[in-house]
Design a protein around this ligand. Structure first.
Ligand SMILES: [Zn+2]
Ligand SMILES: [Zn+2]
Length: 272
C-alpha cells in the first residue's frame, strides 16, 4: 500500500470517549508501506495501529521512522512500538541534525529509566539512529522520495514531502503561521502536492489567544492550499478537547474557502 495512512491526528495528548470516536483520539503518526519497507512519521500513540499492521504482514520489512520533532505527543507511543523488541526487526530512526538539542540523547533519555524500564539500544535488534542528510534536498527511502523543510514551531520542527507511486503528500503537523506570516519557502515546498496534511489545532477565534504556541488554523491551511495548488487539504493536530461535532463544523467553514478539504481521521488512507 503505497499511500500515506493517517494513524493518529490528535495533538497535545490522546483523547478518549464517545465524542472523539469518528476522528480518533490517538496522537500523531503517519505511515507508508512500499514493497521494500515501511516508512513512519512520528511515534505518537497512533503508532499502535502501525504495529498491528506489521504484526499481520507475515514478513519482516525494514522500518525507517522519521521524527518531525520531539514534543511528547509525537514520541509517546515510541517505547511501546513492538518492533523495538523483535530481534528480526531492522529499524532506522532519523531526525534533523540541525536541532539545538542532541536528538539522539533526547530520545535515549525519553526511552530509559526512570521513564521506561528498557533503554533505547538495550534490546537485541538491528537499529540505527541517523541524521537526515540535510546537505541534500531529498533522499530515497524504499523507493519513495522524502524531502524536508524546517518550519516555525517551538523547539524546531520539520515538515516532510513524500513522493511515492505518483502521489505527493506533505506532512506539516505542528507549524505556526497566521495569514500574514506564511512563508514563500513553505508554499514552494508544498507546491503541486496531491495532499497537504496541515496543522489546524486552533479555530481563527482561538488563535488570537494562542499566538506563539506553535499551531495554525484551518484558515491558514486553506490559504496555503490555494496558493500552492494542492489537490486535497487534510486538517490535522486536532486540539485534545475538540469533539467530532466541532470538527464537523470546522470542515464546513474550511470548505467555504477551499472546497477540497477533509479532516484527518484515524485509518484514513490518502488516495486520489
Ligand atoms: Zn504536536
Ligand atoms: Zn510540537
Amino acid at each position: 500500500m503505497q499511500e500515506v495512512t493517517i494513524q493518529g491526528a490528535r495533538g497535545t495528548i490522546p483523547a478518549c470517549g464517545d465524542e472523539f470516536k469518528r476522528y480518533g483520539g490517538n496522537t500523531t503518526c503517519y505511515s507508508l508501506r512500499t514493497d521494500k519497507g515501511i516508512i513512519i512519521f512520528d511515534a505518537g500513540t497512533g503508532i499502535s495501529h502501525v504495529k498491528r499492521e506489521i504484526a499481520h504482514l507475515g514478513k519482516t520489512l525494514p522500518i525507517t521512522l522519521f521524527f518531525t520533532h520531539f514534543h511528547m505527543d509525537h514520541v509517546i507511543g515510541f517505547p511501546c512500538f513492538d518492533p523495538l523488541y523483535d530481534k528480526n526487526a531492522r529499524i532506522n530512526i532519523m531526525a534533523d541534525p540541525r536541532r539545538r538539542d542532541n536528538w539522539k540523547s533526547t530520545l535515549k533519555t525519553f526511552m530509559g529509566k526512570p521513564y521506561w524500564p528498557v533503554g533505547l539500544g538495550e534490546t537485541d535488534i538491528k537499529m540505527t539512529l541517523k541524521d537526515i542528510p540535510v546537505s541534500r534536498d531529498a533522499m530515497d527511502v524504499y523507493g519513495a522520495r522524502v524531502s524536508w523543510l524546517s518550519v516555525p514551531h517551538p523547539q524546531q520542527c520539520l515538515a516532510y514531502r513524500i513522493e511515492a507511486a505518483g502521489k505527493t503528500t506533505i506532512i506539516a503537523t505542528d507549524i505556526e503561521y497566521d495569514l500574514e506570516t506564511i512563508q514563500t519557502s513553505f508554499i514552494n515546498f508544498c507546491r503541486g502536492a496531491d495532499f497537504l496534511i496541515f496543522d489546524a489545532q486552533y479555530t481563527p477565534e482561538e488563535y488570537e489567544f494562542h499566538k506563539g504556541w506553535g499551531h495554525s488554523t484551518w484558515q491558514v491551511g486553506a490559504r496555503v492550499a490555494a496558493c500552492a495548488g494542492i489537490g486535497r487539504l487534510i486538517l490535522t493536530h486536532h486540539a485534545p478537547a475538540r469533539t467530532d461535532n466541532e470538527l464537523n463544523r470546522i470542515i464546513k467553514n474550511a470548505r467555504n474557502e477551499f472546497a477540497s478539504t477533509d479532516i484527518a481521521m484515524e485509518n484514513m488512507v490518502l488516495r486520489k
